[in-house]
Design a protein around this ligand. Structure first.
Ligand SMILES: NC(=O)c1ccc[n+]([C@@H]2O[C@H](COP(=O)([O-])OP(=O)(O)OC[C@H]3O[C@@H](n4cnc5c(N)ncnc54)[C@H](O)[C@@H]3O)[C@@H](O)[C@H]2O)c1
Length: 421
Protein backbone atom coordinates (compact mmCIF):
# COMPACT_ATOMS: atom_id res chain seq x y z
CA UNK A 1 0.00 0.00 0.00
CA UNK A 2 1.51 3.35 -0.99
CA UNK A 3 -1.33 5.81 -0.63
CA UNK A 4 0.33 9.18 -0.34
CA UNK A 5 -1.09 12.08 -2.34
CA UNK A 6 0.86 15.31 -2.46
CA UNK A 7 -0.83 18.65 -2.97
CA UNK A 8 1.31 21.67 -3.81
CA UNK A 9 0.38 24.24 -1.24
CA UNK A 10 2.09 27.35 -0.01
CA UNK A 11 1.05 27.76 3.58
CA UNK A 12 2.05 30.48 5.95
CA UNK A 13 5.11 29.79 8.05
CA UNK A 14 3.09 29.94 11.27
CA UNK A 15 0.68 27.31 9.98
CA UNK A 16 3.49 24.94 9.22
CA UNK A 17 5.23 25.50 12.49
CA UNK A 18 1.95 24.71 14.19
CA UNK A 19 1.96 21.41 12.37
CA UNK A 20 5.43 20.70 13.66
CA UNK A 21 7.31 21.48 10.45
CA UNK A 22 10.31 23.68 9.89
CA UNK A 23 10.13 26.91 7.94
CA UNK A 24 12.11 25.44 5.06
CA UNK A 25 9.13 23.60 3.70
CA UNK A 26 7.46 26.59 2.15
CA UNK A 27 9.91 29.33 1.42
CA UNK A 28 10.92 28.45 -2.10
CA UNK A 29 11.27 32.17 -2.73
CA UNK A 30 14.45 33.82 -1.56
CA UNK A 31 13.66 35.95 1.46
CA UNK A 32 17.27 36.88 1.99
CA UNK A 33 17.28 39.71 -0.55
CA UNK A 34 19.10 42.66 0.97
CA UNK A 35 21.37 40.59 3.22
CA UNK A 36 24.65 40.39 1.32
CA UNK A 37 27.06 39.05 3.91
CA UNK A 38 27.01 37.26 7.26
CA UNK A 39 29.80 36.66 9.74
CA UNK A 40 30.08 33.47 11.76
CA UNK A 41 32.11 32.35 14.76
CA UNK A 42 32.91 28.78 15.80
CA UNK A 43 33.24 27.36 19.31
CA UNK A 44 34.53 23.77 19.34
CA UNK A 45 36.73 23.08 16.32
CA UNK A 46 36.57 19.27 16.10
CA UNK A 47 34.96 17.05 13.49
CA UNK A 48 31.45 18.44 13.74
CA UNK A 49 32.44 22.05 14.34
CA UNK A 50 34.54 22.14 11.19
CA UNK A 51 31.83 20.20 9.36
CA UNK A 52 29.11 22.57 10.55
CA UNK A 53 31.06 25.61 9.37
CA UNK A 54 31.35 23.95 5.95
CA UNK A 55 27.58 23.36 6.04
CA UNK A 56 27.01 27.01 7.03
CA UNK A 57 29.15 28.19 4.10
CA UNK A 58 27.29 25.86 1.72
CA UNK A 59 23.95 27.17 3.02
CA UNK A 60 25.04 30.76 2.37
CA UNK A 61 26.14 29.82 -1.14
CA UNK A 62 22.70 28.33 -1.86
CA UNK A 63 21.08 31.49 -0.47
CA UNK A 64 23.40 33.74 -2.49
CA UNK A 65 24.97 35.31 0.60
CA UNK A 66 28.66 35.86 1.26
CA UNK A 67 29.88 34.26 4.51
CA UNK A 68 33.03 34.81 6.53
CA UNK A 69 34.45 32.91 9.52
CA UNK A 70 35.62 35.72 11.82
CA UNK A 71 36.67 33.86 15.00
CA UNK A 72 37.32 30.30 16.13
CA UNK A 73 37.74 28.92 19.65
CA UNK A 74 38.69 25.54 21.06
CA UNK A 75 40.00 24.29 24.38
CA UNK A 76 43.19 23.58 22.40
CA UNK A 77 44.49 26.59 20.46
CA UNK A 78 46.09 24.44 17.77
CA UNK A 79 42.68 22.97 16.93
CA UNK A 80 41.21 26.44 16.56
CA UNK A 81 44.11 27.45 14.32
CA UNK A 82 43.80 24.32 12.23
CA UNK A 83 40.08 25.03 11.65
CA UNK A 84 40.79 28.71 11.02
CA UNK A 85 43.42 27.95 8.38
CA UNK A 86 40.80 26.34 6.17
CA UNK A 87 39.03 29.71 5.95
CA UNK A 88 42.10 32.00 5.93
CA UNK A 89 41.37 33.12 9.49
CA UNK A 90 44.45 34.80 11.01
CA UNK A 91 45.95 33.01 14.05
CA UNK A 92 45.23 36.02 16.28
CA UNK A 93 41.50 35.36 15.84
CA UNK A 94 41.86 31.70 16.86
CA UNK A 95 41.54 31.22 20.60
CA UNK A 96 42.43 28.43 23.03
CA UNK A 97 41.78 27.74 26.73
CA UNK A 98 38.42 27.13 28.41
CA UNK A 99 37.49 30.82 28.15
CA UNK A 100 37.88 30.74 24.33
CA UNK A 101 34.12 31.20 23.85
CA UNK A 102 34.21 34.62 25.47
CA UNK A 103 36.75 35.80 22.89
CA UNK A 104 34.76 34.32 19.99
CA UNK A 105 31.63 36.03 21.30
CA UNK A 106 33.48 39.35 21.61
CA UNK A 107 34.03 39.26 17.83
CA UNK A 108 31.62 40.88 15.35
CA UNK A 109 30.07 37.55 14.31
CA UNK A 110 26.31 37.58 13.64
CA UNK A 111 26.03 33.80 14.06
CA UNK A 112 27.86 31.39 16.30
CA UNK A 113 28.16 27.64 15.79
CA UNK A 114 28.60 25.70 19.04
CA UNK A 115 30.08 22.22 18.69
CA UNK A 116 31.98 21.48 21.88
CA UNK A 117 31.20 18.43 24.03
CA UNK A 118 27.62 18.99 25.27
CA UNK A 119 28.54 19.68 28.91
CA UNK A 120 29.74 23.14 27.85
CA UNK A 121 26.64 24.03 25.82
CA UNK A 122 24.45 25.59 28.57
CA UNK A 123 27.20 28.05 29.63
CA UNK A 124 28.30 28.87 26.07
CA UNK A 125 24.72 29.23 24.82
CA UNK A 126 23.78 31.59 27.65
CA UNK A 127 26.85 33.73 26.91
CA UNK A 128 26.08 33.75 23.18
CA UNK A 129 22.52 34.96 23.72
CA UNK A 130 23.79 37.55 26.19
CA UNK A 131 26.18 38.72 23.43
CA UNK A 132 23.29 38.99 20.95
CA UNK A 133 24.34 36.22 18.54
CA UNK A 134 22.14 33.92 16.46
CA UNK A 135 22.95 30.43 17.68
CA UNK A 136 23.46 27.10 16.01
CA UNK A 137 23.74 24.60 18.87
CA UNK A 138 24.85 21.05 18.18
CA UNK A 139 22.90 18.32 19.91
CA UNK A 140 22.70 17.31 22.70
CA UNK A 141 22.56 20.55 24.64
CA UNK A 142 23.27 19.38 28.20
CA UNK A 143 24.33 16.38 30.27
CA UNK A 144 22.09 16.91 33.31
CA UNK A 145 18.61 18.24 34.09
CA UNK A 146 19.72 21.64 35.46
CA UNK A 147 21.74 22.17 32.26
CA UNK A 148 18.76 21.32 30.05
CA UNK A 149 16.45 23.63 32.06
CA UNK A 150 19.03 26.39 31.72
CA UNK A 151 18.95 25.93 27.92
CA UNK A 152 15.15 26.33 28.00
CA UNK A 153 15.49 29.57 29.99
CA UNK A 154 18.21 30.88 27.66
CA UNK A 155 15.97 30.02 24.71
CA UNK A 156 13.26 32.25 26.18
CA UNK A 157 15.75 35.12 26.46
CA UNK A 158 16.79 34.51 22.84
CA UNK A 159 13.15 34.79 21.76
CA UNK A 160 12.77 38.11 23.55
CA UNK A 161 15.91 39.37 21.82
CA UNK A 162 14.78 38.13 18.38
CA UNK A 163 17.68 35.69 18.08
CA UNK A 164 17.53 32.43 16.17
CA UNK A 165 18.34 29.16 17.93
CA UNK A 166 18.66 26.14 15.69
CA UNK A 167 19.73 22.71 16.94
CA UNK A 168 21.81 20.17 15.04
CA UNK A 169 19.02 17.63 14.76
CA UNK A 170 19.22 17.36 10.99
CA UNK A 171 16.38 14.84 10.65
CA UNK A 172 13.96 17.70 11.38
CA UNK A 173 15.19 19.38 8.18
CA UNK A 174 15.12 16.36 5.86
CA UNK A 175 12.30 15.98 3.33
CA UNK A 176 11.72 12.29 4.14
CA UNK A 177 11.22 12.94 7.85
CA UNK A 178 9.20 16.14 7.31
CA UNK A 179 6.93 14.25 4.91
CA UNK A 180 6.29 11.40 7.34
CA UNK A 181 5.65 13.85 10.17
CA UNK A 182 3.11 15.71 8.00
CA UNK A 183 1.45 12.45 6.96
CA UNK A 184 1.19 11.26 10.57
CA UNK A 185 -0.27 14.61 11.65
CA UNK A 186 -2.81 14.29 8.81
CA UNK A 187 -3.84 10.87 10.20
CA UNK A 188 -2.09 8.53 7.74
CA UNK A 189 -1.28 5.87 10.36
CA UNK A 190 -3.91 6.81 12.96
CA UNK A 191 -2.72 7.22 16.53
CA UNK A 192 0.83 6.07 17.23
CA UNK A 193 0.56 3.25 19.79
CA UNK A 194 4.20 2.15 20.02
CA UNK A 195 7.57 1.97 18.40
CA UNK A 196 11.26 1.26 18.58
CA UNK A 197 14.11 3.75 18.29
CA UNK A 198 17.66 2.51 17.93
CA UNK A 199 21.27 3.55 17.61
CA UNK A 200 23.16 0.31 17.72
CA UNK A 201 26.73 0.75 16.53
CA UNK A 202 30.30 0.89 17.75
CA UNK A 203 32.37 3.12 20.04
CA UNK A 204 33.25 6.08 17.75
CA UNK A 205 36.72 6.53 19.22
CA UNK A 206 38.87 6.25 22.35
CA UNK A 207 41.78 8.48 23.40
CA UNK A 208 44.44 7.26 25.84
CA UNK A 209 46.08 9.43 28.46
CA UNK A 210 49.46 10.86 27.45
CA UNK A 211 52.38 10.71 29.91
CA UNK A 212 52.27 13.69 32.25
CA UNK A 213 48.97 14.96 30.82
CA UNK A 214 46.66 16.94 33.13
CA UNK A 215 43.26 15.55 34.14
CA UNK A 216 41.55 18.40 32.27
CA UNK A 217 43.42 17.77 29.03
CA UNK A 218 42.91 13.99 29.09
CA UNK A 219 39.24 14.26 29.99
CA UNK A 220 38.62 16.90 27.31
CA UNK A 221 40.39 14.89 24.62
CA UNK A 222 38.61 11.67 25.65
CA UNK A 223 35.28 13.44 26.33
CA UNK A 224 33.25 10.94 24.31
CA UNK A 225 33.89 8.29 26.99
CA UNK A 226 33.04 10.37 30.08
CA UNK A 227 29.43 10.89 31.18
CA UNK A 228 30.24 14.27 32.73
CA UNK A 229 31.16 15.67 29.30
CA UNK A 230 29.09 13.61 26.86
CA UNK A 231 26.03 12.62 28.88
CA UNK A 232 26.81 8.96 27.93
CA UNK A 233 26.01 7.70 24.45
CA UNK A 234 22.26 7.48 25.07
CA UNK A 235 22.41 11.28 25.33
CA UNK A 236 25.29 12.12 23.00
CA UNK A 237 24.29 9.91 20.07
CA UNK A 238 20.89 8.28 20.59
CA UNK A 239 19.27 11.67 21.27
CA UNK A 240 18.76 11.89 17.49
CA UNK A 241 16.36 8.94 17.51
CA UNK A 242 14.68 9.89 20.78
CA UNK A 243 14.13 13.36 19.29
CA UNK A 244 12.27 11.78 16.37
CA UNK A 245 10.01 9.87 18.80
CA UNK A 246 9.18 13.04 20.75
CA UNK A 247 8.62 14.95 17.48
CA UNK A 248 6.36 12.33 15.87
CA UNK A 249 4.36 11.76 19.06
CA UNK A 250 4.19 15.46 19.83
CA UNK A 251 4.95 15.05 23.54
CA UNK A 252 7.69 13.89 25.90
CA UNK A 253 7.33 10.61 27.83
CA UNK A 254 5.90 10.58 31.34
CA UNK A 255 8.34 7.99 32.69
CA UNK A 256 11.33 5.84 31.83
CA UNK A 257 12.49 2.47 33.15
CA UNK A 258 15.78 1.32 31.74
CA UNK A 259 18.80 -0.80 32.18
CA UNK A 260 22.23 -1.01 30.72
CA UNK A 261 25.81 -1.83 31.46
CA UNK A 262 29.33 -1.99 30.25
CA UNK A 263 30.75 -4.98 28.49
CA UNK A 264 33.74 -3.80 26.51
CA UNK A 265 34.37 -0.03 26.77
CA UNK A 266 38.02 0.48 27.67
CA UNK A 267 38.24 4.03 29.02
CA UNK A 268 36.07 6.52 30.86
CA UNK A 269 33.03 5.75 33.00
CA UNK A 270 30.15 5.22 30.59
CA UNK A 271 27.94 2.25 29.79
CA UNK A 272 28.11 0.70 26.36
CA UNK A 273 24.50 -0.49 26.09
CA UNK A 274 21.10 0.75 27.21
CA UNK A 275 17.57 -0.60 26.85
CA UNK A 276 14.85 1.76 28.03
CA UNK A 277 11.07 1.56 28.08
CA UNK A 278 9.66 5.06 27.61
CA UNK A 279 6.06 5.40 28.74
CA UNK A 280 4.42 8.20 26.74
CA UNK A 281 1.09 7.90 28.58
CA UNK A 282 -2.21 6.74 27.02
CA UNK A 283 -0.81 3.17 26.86
CA UNK A 284 1.86 4.24 24.37
CA UNK A 285 5.35 2.81 24.88
CA UNK A 286 8.50 3.41 22.84
CA UNK A 287 11.37 1.01 23.26
CA UNK A 288 14.77 2.68 23.05
CA UNK A 289 17.91 0.66 22.39
CA UNK A 290 21.43 1.90 21.98
CA UNK A 291 24.70 0.06 21.96
CA UNK A 292 28.32 0.91 21.21
CA UNK A 293 29.94 -2.51 20.89
CA UNK A 294 32.03 -3.57 17.91
CA UNK A 295 31.12 -6.81 16.18
CA UNK A 296 27.42 -6.71 17.10
CA UNK A 297 24.29 -6.17 14.98
CA UNK A 298 24.00 -2.53 14.01
CA UNK A 299 20.90 -0.52 13.23
CA UNK A 300 20.15 3.17 13.45
CA UNK A 301 16.60 4.35 12.97
CA UNK A 302 13.06 4.67 14.23
CA UNK A 303 9.85 2.74 13.56
CA UNK A 304 6.32 3.44 14.75
CA UNK A 305 3.09 1.46 14.76
CA UNK A 306 -0.21 3.29 14.63
CA UNK A 307 -3.85 2.23 14.89
CA UNK A 308 -4.15 2.45 11.08
CA UNK A 309 -0.67 1.89 9.73
CA UNK A 310 3.04 2.04 10.43
CA UNK A 311 6.13 3.92 9.35
CA UNK A 312 9.86 4.24 9.66
CA UNK A 313 11.21 7.62 10.77
CA UNK A 314 12.28 8.88 7.37
CA UNK A 315 11.35 5.74 5.43
CA UNK A 316 8.44 3.72 4.18
CA UNK A 317 4.97 4.53 5.45
CA UNK A 318 2.00 2.18 5.18
CA UNK A 319 -1.32 3.76 5.92
CA UNK A 320 -4.36 5.69 4.74
CA UNK A 321 -4.58 8.20 1.89
CA UNK A 322 -4.25 11.72 3.22
CA UNK A 323 -3.45 15.07 1.63
CA UNK A 324 -0.43 17.04 2.75
CA UNK A 325 1.40 20.06 1.34
CA UNK A 326 4.40 19.22 -0.80
CA UNK A 327 7.55 19.37 1.30
CA UNK A 328 10.27 21.42 -0.35
CA UNK A 329 13.87 21.59 0.73
CA UNK A 330 16.80 23.38 -0.87
CA UNK A 331 19.40 20.74 -0.04
CA UNK A 332 19.14 16.98 0.34
CA UNK A 333 21.71 17.32 3.12
CA UNK A 334 19.86 18.02 6.38
CA UNK A 335 23.05 19.43 7.88
CA UNK A 336 23.08 22.12 5.18
CA UNK A 337 19.32 22.62 5.23
CA UNK A 338 19.31 23.37 8.97
CA UNK A 339 21.59 26.37 8.34
CA UNK A 340 19.49 27.50 5.37
CA UNK A 341 16.39 27.38 7.55
CA UNK A 342 18.14 29.29 10.33
CA UNK A 343 19.50 32.08 8.12
CA UNK A 344 16.31 32.38 6.09
CA UNK A 345 14.22 32.64 9.27
CA UNK A 346 16.44 35.46 10.55
CA UNK A 347 16.29 37.33 7.28
CA UNK A 348 12.53 36.90 7.15
CA UNK A 349 12.29 38.48 10.62
CA UNK A 350 10.81 35.31 12.14
CA UNK A 351 13.76 33.51 13.76
CA UNK A 352 13.40 29.81 14.48
CA UNK A 353 13.83 28.88 18.12
CA UNK A 354 14.56 25.20 18.83
CA UNK A 355 15.82 25.71 22.38
CA UNK A 356 12.87 24.22 24.26
CA UNK A 357 12.40 21.23 22.03
CA UNK A 358 16.08 20.22 21.88
CA UNK A 359 16.38 20.71 25.64
CA UNK A 360 13.33 18.44 26.04
CA UNK A 361 14.76 15.73 23.78
CA UNK A 362 18.06 15.97 25.66
CA UNK A 363 16.13 15.56 28.92
CA UNK A 364 14.35 12.48 27.57
CA UNK A 365 17.75 10.89 26.94
CA UNK A 366 19.01 11.96 30.39
CA UNK A 367 15.88 10.41 31.92
CA UNK A 368 16.76 7.05 30.34
CA UNK A 369 20.36 7.29 31.48
CA UNK A 370 19.45 8.09 35.08
CA UNK A 371 17.00 5.18 35.16
CA UNK A 372 19.61 2.76 33.80
CA UNK A 373 22.37 4.03 36.10
CA UNK A 374 20.24 3.94 39.25
CA UNK A 375 17.79 1.15 38.47
CA UNK A 376 14.90 3.45 39.39
CA UNK A 377 11.85 4.62 37.50
CA UNK A 378 12.41 8.24 36.46
CA UNK A 379 9.42 10.46 35.80
CA UNK A 380 9.42 13.48 33.48
CA UNK A 381 8.28 15.62 36.36
CA UNK A 382 11.35 14.51 38.36
CA UNK A 383 13.46 16.45 35.86
CA UNK A 384 11.26 19.45 35.05
CA UNK A 385 9.01 20.12 38.05
CA UNK A 386 9.47 18.06 41.18
CA UNK A 387 12.18 19.89 43.10
CA UNK A 388 12.05 17.22 45.84
CA UNK A 389 13.27 14.55 43.42
CA UNK A 390 16.99 13.73 43.83
CA UNK A 391 17.25 13.79 40.03
CA UNK A 392 15.90 17.35 39.65
CA UNK A 393 19.06 19.12 40.80
CA UNK A 394 21.64 16.38 40.25
CA UNK A 395 24.60 17.77 38.32
CA UNK A 396 27.48 16.06 36.59
CA UNK A 397 30.84 17.20 37.95
CA UNK A 398 33.32 18.47 36.95
CA UNK A 399 31.11 21.08 35.29
CA UNK A 400 31.87 23.49 32.45
CA UNK A 401 32.69 26.20 34.96
CA UNK A 402 34.98 23.83 36.88
CA UNK A 403 36.99 23.39 33.68
CA UNK A 404 37.06 27.14 33.12
CA UNK A 405 38.23 27.97 36.63
CA UNK A 406 40.24 24.73 37.08
CA UNK A 407 41.88 22.56 38.16
CA UNK A 408 39.49 19.61 37.83
CA UNK A 409 39.72 16.11 39.26
CA UNK A 410 39.24 13.20 36.89
CA UNK A 411 36.26 11.00 37.85
CA UNK A 412 37.05 7.34 38.51
CA UNK A 413 37.03 5.42 35.23
CA UNK A 414 34.40 2.91 36.40
CA UNK A 415 30.73 2.76 35.37
CA UNK A 416 27.81 3.21 37.81
CA UNK A 417 26.27 0.14 39.45
CA UNK A 418 22.43 0.06 39.25
CA UNK A 419 20.82 -0.24 42.65
CA UNK A 420 23.87 1.37 44.22
CA UNK A 421 24.46 4.47 42.04
N1 LIG B 1 24.40 16.45 14.39
C1 LIG B 1 25.21 15.43 14.22
O1 LIG B 1 24.95 14.52 13.43
C2 LIG B 1 26.48 15.36 15.00
C3 LIG B 1 27.52 14.53 14.56
C4 LIG B 1 28.69 14.49 15.34
C5 LIG B 1 28.79 15.21 16.51
N2 LIG B 1 27.75 16.00 16.91
C6 LIG B 1 27.83 16.77 18.16
O2 LIG B 1 28.77 17.83 17.97
C7 LIG B 1 29.48 18.07 19.18
C8 LIG B 1 30.97 17.91 18.93
O3 LIG B 1 31.24 16.61 18.47
P1 LIG B 1 32.52 16.27 17.54
O4 LIG B 1 32.22 14.98 16.89
O5 LIG B 1 32.87 17.44 16.72
O6 LIG B 1 33.64 16.03 18.66
P2 LIG B 1 35.20 16.36 18.51
O7 LIG B 1 35.88 15.73 19.65
O8 LIG B 1 35.65 16.04 17.13
O9 LIG B 1 35.23 17.94 18.68
C9 LIG B 1 34.95 18.61 19.88
C10 LIG B 1 35.89 19.79 19.93
O10 LIG B 1 35.52 20.62 21.03
C11 LIG B 1 36.73 21.01 21.67
N3 LIG B 1 36.43 21.43 23.03
C12 LIG B 1 36.30 20.69 24.15
N4 LIG B 1 35.96 21.46 25.20
C13 LIG B 1 35.87 22.72 24.72
C14 LIG B 1 35.56 23.97 25.30
N5 LIG B 1 35.25 24.08 26.60
N6 LIG B 1 35.58 25.06 24.51
C15 LIG B 1 35.89 24.96 23.20
N7 LIG B 1 36.21 23.82 22.60
C16 LIG B 1 36.18 22.70 23.35
C17 LIG B 1 37.63 19.81 21.57
O11 LIG B 1 38.98 20.14 21.78
C18 LIG B 1 37.34 19.37 20.15
O12 LIG B 1 38.17 20.01 19.21
C19 LIG B 1 28.90 17.08 20.20
O13 LIG B 1 27.87 17.68 20.92
C20 LIG B 1 28.35 15.97 19.33
O14 LIG B 1 27.31 15.26 19.95
C21 LIG B 1 26.62 16.09 16.17
Amino acid sequence: MQPILHRRAFLRNSTLLGAGLAANSVFAVNLTAGVKKVKVGLIGCGGRGVGAIGNFMEACKILGIEAELVAAGDAFKEKAESAGKRYSLPADRCYGGYDNYQKVLASDCDYVVMATPPAFRPVHFAAAVEAGKHCFIEKPVAVDAPGARSVMATGERAAVKGLAVVAGTQRRHMAEYLTNKALIDAGAIGQIKGGVVQWNGTVPWTKRRNAGESDASYMTRNWLNFTELSGDHIVEQHVHNLDVAVWFLGRPPVAAVGFGGRARRETGNMFDFFSVDYDFGDDVHIHSQCRQISGTYGRVGESFTGTEGSCYGGGKLNGKKVLIPEIQVDSSNGQVQEHIDMIRSVNAGNPLNDAKRIAESTLVAIMGRISAYTGEIVRWNDLVKNEQSPHFGAICTPTALDFEHGPITLPAEVPPVPGKA
